[in-house]
Design a protein around this ligand. Structure first.
Ligand code: IPM
Ligand code: MN
Length: 347
């Protein structure tokens, strides 16, 4: 039997509710594939901050480094100053664990109604490879003359040749395995000329290693429009951290909503834990009411299994989710959706 050390960060709001359902499904898979899941729950998020003032102690980071993967629910709470947990916990983990690939599939699953007219699952089937450790997320910048009418706030976008190259290469590798073999760079090189030029040159350089992959380029503003009126034009998209954040919310919307969007914060070096989480946030307005859809978390568990080299188990979860979506009728509680999907996985 294979043992998997799994760090679990349920987090805030609906996080614990959806994570419980993800683990429910994972436990069924474990039984079927002879896995033991050695779970370690980390008490991180708003509650800990209120209790102790701590966001992510160094000792906890070190413990987390020893995990093979992390399942995260959601981080953020209106009672905590904005940014404290987002920067101090979520982004800190992405940076410390060097999750330079933020994988976000945008896929219309069978049975799901897209807000776009007349689209079928064939029309919306892309994967966004969002850079995860650079761009405007690094916290470089500052504020001058704060609180005065002459306040100046700068927030710089950091783009390194190393950072762009490694994420672009990863995106090419994914594109090379897909039938359409197309990679689109999304940026804003007509305005962000320094960074855009670096990304463009890097795309061209790495493209030489992948002669079978076609490449193209779309400005980010146009990309938001194409997501809505021509999603067919995308197969694999590679983009920087902030553009990727924005377009994947649009992606989630066109593919049936944030309740279904899964993601992986990936470091392809398997000796470092990658972290899988639903794209949605902590939704404090519906927390504790069993209203949250755990599907995004369950699909994130499938991505986690893929990452750990268990693609068959991952496909099994995706199939069960697909069937569940196809047969959805009235509203169900968070637990009920988890039970229904777990039952299908159990077969
Ligand atoms: C996401 C979230 C985060 C991000 C926030 C909560 C820091 O929006 O995972 O998309 O901007 O990356
Ligand atoms: Mn986001």
């Amino acid at each position: 039997s294979r043992n998997i050390r799994l760090g679990v960060i349920a987090g805030d709001g609906i996080g614990p509710e959806v994570v419980a359902e993800g683990l429910k499904v994972l436990d069924v898979i474990a039984g079927q594939y002879d896995l033991t899941i050695e779970k370690t729950a980390y008490d991180l998020g708003a509650a800990r901050w209120h209790r102790t003032g701590e966001v992510l102690p160094e000792s906890v980071i070190e413990e987390i480094r020893g995990q093979e993967a992390i399942l995260l629910g959601a981080i953020g709470d209106p009672t905590v100053p904005s940014g404290t947990l987002e920067r101090g916990l979520l982004l800190r983990l992405r940076f410390e664990l060097d999750h330079y690939v933020n994988l976000r599939p945008v896929k219309l699953l069978p049975g799901v109604k897209s807000p776009l007219a007349d689209v079928t699952p064939e029309d919306i089937d892309m994967i966004v490879v969002r850079e995860g450790t650079e761009g405007p997320y690094t916290g470089v910048g500052g504020v001058l003359r704060k609180g005065t009418p002459h306040e100046v706030a700068t927030q710089e976008s950091v783009n390194t040749a190393f950072g762009a190259e490694r994420v672009i290469r990863y995106a090419f590798q994914i594109a090379a395995t897909r039938p359409r073999r197309k990679l689109t760079l999304v940026h804003k090189d007509n305005v962000l000329t320094f960074a855009g030029d670096l990304w463009q040159r890097t795309l061209k350089k790495v493209a030489a290693e992948f002669p079978d992959v076609a490449t193209d380029y779309v400005h980010v503003d146009a990309a938001t429009m194409f997501f809505v009126n021509n999603p067919q034009r995308f197969d694999v998209v590679v983009t920087d951290n902030l553009f990727g954040d924005i377009i994947t919310d649009i992606g989630a919307a066109i593919a049936g909503g944030i309740g279904l969007a899964a993601s992986g914060n990936v470091n392809p070096d398997r000796s470092v834990p990658s972290m899988f989480e639903p794209v949605h946030g902590s939704a404090p307005d519906i927390a504790g009411q069993a209203k949250a859809d755990p599907t995004a978390t369950i699909l994130s568990v499938a991505m986690l299994l893929d990452h750990l080299g268990l693609p068959e188990a991952a496909r099994k979860i995706e199939k069960a989710v697909g069937e569940d979506l196809t047969e959805r009728t009235g509203p169900r509680s968070t637990q009920q959706v988890g039970d229904d999907i777990a039952k299908r996985v159990a077969g």
